[in-house]
Write a protein that binds this ligand. Structure first.
Ligand code: HEC
Ligand code: HEC
Ligand code: HEC
Ligand code: HEC
Ligand code: HEC
Ligand code: HEC
Ligand code: HEC
Length: 444
């Protein structure tokens, strides 16, 4: 008689033996990947920071030696003097500098930037360059929307006695509030969102008393569909909820944590100096190749040396982008089930359509990853979302034509997407595709 623990061990051994046998030609690859996966697993437990760049977890960054004794971030040099008038904030506009590589932070120094990838992966590079991922964080003044706003005036619909006037000032957009004859200028540094659906504006300031950056999410955002400025989602009177103190008539104030969170999902790293921090001088805006695939310096060097293919494996590569991995990585920003309060997760909550990974996880089709269904079954992760309906339908049919699968009794040859993945209106203005694939009868 084997004791149960031995039995479990034996099953485990058998399982891994099988696993290794299957991937015998990839033994090396497997070890590399296992190492990486384990690392990710451990770190994903940490609630310290929400940045989950594959194989790049900023909480691991050691403090740069030079700064070790310097304490909190020193305020940036202040070239914008008062002589330029009270309209300017006291901070130099953050430079959205790409790929600043600070010397002694090992992980950050392994980031090489998208341009380097183009040399060997021109296809992925071109697709990515046109996607929302590559255009989701910009200096506010440098956007087409800011050019359009320049010189215009908008009235606050909830507080009609307040007017806003916009002015492009270099990399910034200045929003001047006109209230009871008084003018207050709010400099806006970042445009968040590509404008595919919309664009919000965030201003950052260095608080000398707190010795850290704080932010303000402007009261108004640009809505692409209606082509106008309106109250930012979440800031309307009825959305404010219990956190009223964060909201004022100029926008939502964000402490350092909330500012970092906000920019985190729209960038590659928010600071190359300190884990989970925000630093306008070393932020790497936009979701670069390396946010998904991890720092690529070693990969590029190996490729240039002509190393064998198995040495060129990357996180979220062809082998490693398993259903579970994709749900985890894409879901860090697009939201997984574990990032949404359980009380919100029910069939009739159409707001959930905004969270595609959550939808997929909840679908019978996903079957906890066992069916093989993943984001890349239907999407190229590099490009803009395609609207080729036939391709999506093919994905459904490919699986459901299998004799063991249940069949549609309603319209087995119809447009599956229209009935099983309908568009939902979210936050009253945006349209998202419901990724919770189910019988249309199961939700209102
Ligand atoms: C670091 C956060 C982050 C990660 C990781 C991430 N995304 Fe995104 N994704 C975004 C943001 C932010 C946008 C909106 C971009 C914009 O401003 O248009 C977006 C947009 C998209 C779009 C375009 C939506 C549209 O409106 O057309 C698709 C498709 C998409 N992501 C798929 C994926 C997939 C698949 C993965 C995983 C392989 C993934 N994303 C991983 C943050 C992320
Ligand atoms: C948990 C990750 C996450 C956080 C935090 C986050 N976003 Fe996003 N944001 C996304 C993703 C994913 C998308 C693309 C899908 C969508 O619109 O939901 C997106 C889309 C957007 C868009 C629409 C872009 C477009 O045109 O499609 C805007 C504007 C935006 N975010 C602004 C903000 C601002 C401002 C903050 C902070 C106050 C913020 N986001 C915080 C993940 C995030
Ligand atoms: C949003 C996350 C994301 C971003 C950003 C991203 N990728 Fe990928 N990439 C993936 C995923 C997921 C796969 C696996 C696709 C699959 O399942 O076949 C992949 C696969 C690849 C592959 C292997 C393709 C193949 O079929 O052999 C290459 C090469 C690649 N990516 C390069 C890049 C480059 C270069 C960039 C930047 C220009 C980039 N990726 C940006 C998620 C991403
Ligand atoms: C000097 C050439 C070269 C450069 C530069 C390069 N790669 Fe690659 N890459 C390769 C080769 C060769 C392969 C293996 C064959 C293939 O999949 O195309 C590969 C494969 C990949 C894969 C698939 C790995 C897998 O496990 O399936 C990804 C992802 C990838 N590269 C990402 C990147 C990213 C991101 C960059 C830029 C930061 C980059 N590569 C720069 C040559 C290069
Ligand atoms: C990778 C395989 C796969 C793909 C792709 C796939 N499904 Fe499924 N689907 C399944 C499995 C597995 C089940 C659960 C067992 C069953 O019902 O056959 C399922 C169940 C369903 C159900 C029943 C859901 C319930 O709650 O009972 C519907 C409806 C459905 N699929 C529709 C679709 C549609 C529409 C598409 C395309 C958008 C699609 N499926 C794509 C594998 C898949
Ligand atoms: C069974 C196919 C299928 C799978 C799997 C799938 N999607 Fe989609 N996705 C769609 C369809 C269909 C659309 C709508 C395309 C259009 O607008 O024509 C869409 C649209 C999107 C959009 C654009 C915004 C929206 O909701 O309309 C994002 C972002 C997105 N998907 C992300 C993901 C992510 C992340 C995953 C993996 C967790 C995923 N998708 C898996 C079919 C799929
Ligand atoms: C006109 C709308 C419509 C279209 C188009 C449609 N379906 Fe359905 N489908 C339904 C409805 C409604 C049900 C639920 C029937 C019920 O519960 O009796 C259903 C049920 C299903 C089921 C569950 C069957 C079961 O026994 O549990 C599957 C799987 C399915 N559809 C797949 C598909 C696929 C794949 C396509 C595309 C080839 C498709 N459907 C096209 C409306 C549609």
């Amino acid at each position: 008689m084997q004791n149960p623990i031995d039995k479990i061990r034996l099953t485990r051994v058998r399982r891994s033996a099988l696993f290794i046998a299957i991937s015998s030609s990839f033994v090396l690859l497997l070890f590399i990947l296992m190492g990486r996966t384990d690392k990710n697993k451990d770190l994903s437990k940490s609630k310290q920071t929400r940045i989950e760049l594959v194989a790049f977890h900023p909480q691991q960054i050691e403090k740069p030696k030079v700064e070790a004794s310097a304490g909190p971030l020193a305020p940036p040099a202040d070239p914008v003097t008062d002589s330029q008038g009270p309209k300017q904030s006291r901070m130099e506009p953050p430079k959205l500098q790409q790929y600043l590589v600070p010397g002694d932070i090992s992980v950050v120094s392994k980031l090489v930037g998208n341009k380097v990838c183009a040399e060997c992966h021109p296809g992925e590079h071109a697709l990515h360059a046109g996607s929302g991922h590559a255009r989701t964080l910009k200096p506010a003044g440098k956007t087409a929307v800011a050019q359009k706003l320049n010189g215009t005036t908008v009235r606050d619909t909830e507080s009609p006695h307040i007017l806003w006037q916009y002015l492009v000032a270099g990399e910034r957009l200045e929003a001047e509030q006109i209230k009871d004859g008084k003018r207050t200028c709010i400099p806006l540094d970042y445009a968040v969102g590509s404008g595919e659906h919309g664009m919000s504006f965030v201003g950052v300031q260095y608080s000398t008393s707190l010795q850290e950056y704080t932010g303000i999410e402007h009261r108004f955002s640009y809505y692409t569909r209606s082509d106008h400025m309106d109250i930012t989602p979440g800031q309307g009177e009825r959305d404010r909820g219990s956190k009223k103190q964060e909201f004022g008539d100029t926008g939502r104030t964000m402490n350092k944590t909330n500012l970092t969170k906000c920019l985190d999902c729209h960038s590659t790293i928010t600071s190359a100096k300190k884990a989970g921090d925000f630093d306008p001088f070393t932020i790497i805006p936009n979701i670069s190749c390396e946010r998904c695939h991890g720092p690529a310096k070693d990969h590029v060097e190996a490729a240039r040396r002509g190393d064998p293919l198995e040495k060129l494996a990357m996180p979220l590569g062809v082998e490693s982008a398993t259903p579970a991995r994709q749900i985890h990585e894409c879901g860090t920003c697009h939201r997984r089930i574990d990032l949404v309060s359980p009380s919100m997760i029910h069939q009739d909550n159409h707001e959930l359509a905004r969270f595609q990974p959550l939808g997929l996880q909840a679908s019978a089709c996903f079957n906890e990853g066992k069916s093989g269904l993943k984001c890349t079954t239907c999407h190229d992760p590099h490009g803009k979302v395609s609207n080729n309906r036939a391709n999506y339908v093919n994905a459904c049919v490919n699986c459901h034509q299998n004799p063991s699968q249940s069949k549609c009794k309603v319209e087995p040859k119809g447009d599956c997407i229209q009935c099983h993945m309908p568009k939902r209106t979210v936050s009253e203005v945006f349209e998202f595709t419901d990724h919770w694939i189910r019988s249309p009868k199961k939700s209102k």
